[in-house]
Design a protein. Sequence first.
Length: 322
Amino acid sequence: MYPLKFQPILKEMIWGGQKIPQTLGLESSNEIQIGESFAISGLPSDLSIVSNGVFKGKNLVELIYEFKGELLGNKVYDEFLTKFPLLIKFIDANDNLSIQVHPNDIQAKMEHNSFGKTEMWYVMESDENASLIAGFSKKTTPSEFENYHASKRLMELMESHPTAEGDAYFIPAGKVHSIGKGNVIAEIQQTSDITYRIYDFDRTDKFGKSRELHHELALKAMNFTDDESGKVVYQSKANESVNIASCPYFTTNILQLDSKIVKDYSQLDSFVILMNVGGECVIKYNNQNLPLQKMEVALIPACITEIEIDTITKSKLIEVYI
C-alpha cells in the first residue's frame, strides 16, 4: 500500500459557488453552484475512487475488502468492517446554509439505519463580516422553541459567531447550526449524509421549489440546553501536530509546516487523513512523492508507520485519525 489520493466528488447546492472547482483547477460552469467536495467518502451513493498509483480506478470499499486492517487499522476494521467511518469534505458557502441539526447514533440507527453525525469545522477562508451559527442563544425548551418557530422569531434563538481563517468548531450531534455566507470550511464528520433542516430562509431552488424541512425529526434530535458555541481554542506550533478536537469518532490536529518533517504513526493502529487547508506540500514514502495542494487530501494506510512531509510553500494540514 501507499498514500492514496481520490477523485473529488462535487456536489451542486443551492447555496454553493465556484471556489471549490477553481481551487482544484477543475472545469465547471458558472451556472452550477458547487457547495461541497466529498474528498473521501464511503457512502454507497458516493464512493471515492483512487486517482493515483496502481490502485487508480478502484473504489474505497474495494480496497477495504482487499486490505482490511492494513488500510484501516486493526481496531478500526474490527469495529467498522467494510464501512469507512469518516466523511471528509470541503464546503463553499456562497450563501447561508439552512438552520439544521444532525441525529445521534441512536436516532440515526432507528430512523435511517445509519451512523449519527458528529462533525467539526476548520475555517479555511472567511469573507469580511462572515459568520456562522452554532448552538442556541440561550438554553431553551421544546415548547419555547415551538413558540419562537410558530411566531417566525426563530432567528432570535440562534447564536451567531463571527468567523476568521483558522477558527475551529466542534459540532456534536444535536447542536443546532448553520454555516454562513462567505465561509470556506474543511469538515470532518461521521459517515452520514443525514441532515434535518429546520429553517431554509424561505428560499426556492432554480425550479421555484422549496427544499424539504424536517421539523418533527429535528425536534427529536435537538439538544435544547446547548448554548455553547463549540469554538475550539488552540495555539498552533510550527512543524508540530496540535490537537483541535478529540471524540470517540475522530481525532483532529492542525499541522502548520514551514520545513521538512517526519511523522511517526507506528502507535496509532489507524489510517491517517491529511487535508491540505493552505499552501503546497509533498508527502514522501518509499521513494515516491505525492504532491498535495490546497483542498487536496491524502489517505495514509494504517500499515504505513512513517512518512516525510516536505513543504513547497508554507502549508497547513488537518491531520485526522481514529
